[in-house]
Write a protein that binds this ligand. Structure first.
Ligand code: ZN
Length: 240
């Protein structure tokens, strides 16, 4: 099976479409949360993922939009975008967000947005945090998002090593326990403005990371029209 791994689409439809084109052909889509928030196309993104039969988990922005959590822990721009998004939800779009659990297991993989031990909030950005999470999932591999930064943390001797992938990097899943992050589709934060995603090939036992150019200006124009915060519009072209 070829599975498209996507996370943090954040209502950015042009980025999602470009990533889907680049990863095709695939048999399934697994999404790692934060489908909405920040961007201008929340319902269109949800309907696209629903049509693809995407399987996945709920992120902190998704949880805020459906009213599961408050917005006290969001910064001003993120809160404003959550409120804007909430006002545009249809009931079927909200239902789709709500049917995604906080964590789920698919074969050898545990899916979570932030981390397996704290799926809505923890940022898995260091080897020490990765190591502390190894006991929080029972499968060989774990897939996360939330940081919007592509990375793999793999068991190595007594510790955990970090692997920072580039476009085209292939990681062999060799049985060592590994936490993988495909990067962010809709708002990359590693200084590269291209959308980030990955392809899992369960037959070959590999994950391949990809960076995909997309029409950033199209998303930015839609955000301006929507009246979303300028800080969120500008950061897309910086990839940070
Ligand atoms: Zn996010």
């Amino acid at each position: 099976m070829r599975i498209a791994l996507i996370s943090d689409v954040h209502s950015n439809l042009p980025a999602l479409e470009s990533v889907l084109d680049a990863l095709a052909p695939f048999d399934a889509v697994w999404q790692l949360g934060d489908v909405v928030g920040y961007g201008p196309d929340p319902v269109a993104v949800i309907e696209r993922l629903r049509a693809l039969g995407a399987t996945g988990v709920r992120g902190n922005h998704d949880a805020a939009v459906i009213g599961e959590i408050g917005t006290d822990w969001f910064n001003d721009a993120a809160r404003e975008a959550v409120e804007w998004t909430t006002g545009r939800m249809t009931s079927s779009a909200s239902d789709w967000l709500a049917q995604n659990p906080h964590t789920r297991v698919e074969g050898a993989f545990t899916l979570a947005h932030g981390s397996p031990r704290d799926p809505l909030w923890e940022y898995l950005f260091s080897t020490s945090i990765a190591r502390a999470n190894l006991g929080a999932f029972a499968t060989p591999y774990c897939l996360v998002g939330h940081t919007h930064v592509p990375v793999a943390f793999r068991e190595s001797g007594d510790g955990v090593e970090a692997i920072v992938p580039r476009d085209g990097t292939v990681l062999e899943l060799d049985g060592r326990r590994t936490i993988l992050n495909p990067g962010g589709v809709g708002q990359p934060r590693d200084g590269d403005a291209r959308a980030a995603a990955a392809l899992l090939d369960t037959g070959a036992g590999t994950v391949t990371w990809r960076r995909v150019p997309y029409p950033i200006a199209t998303t930015q124009q839609a955000m301006r029209t929507a009246g979303l915060p300028s800080r969120l519009i500008e950061r897309l072209e910086r990839g940070f």
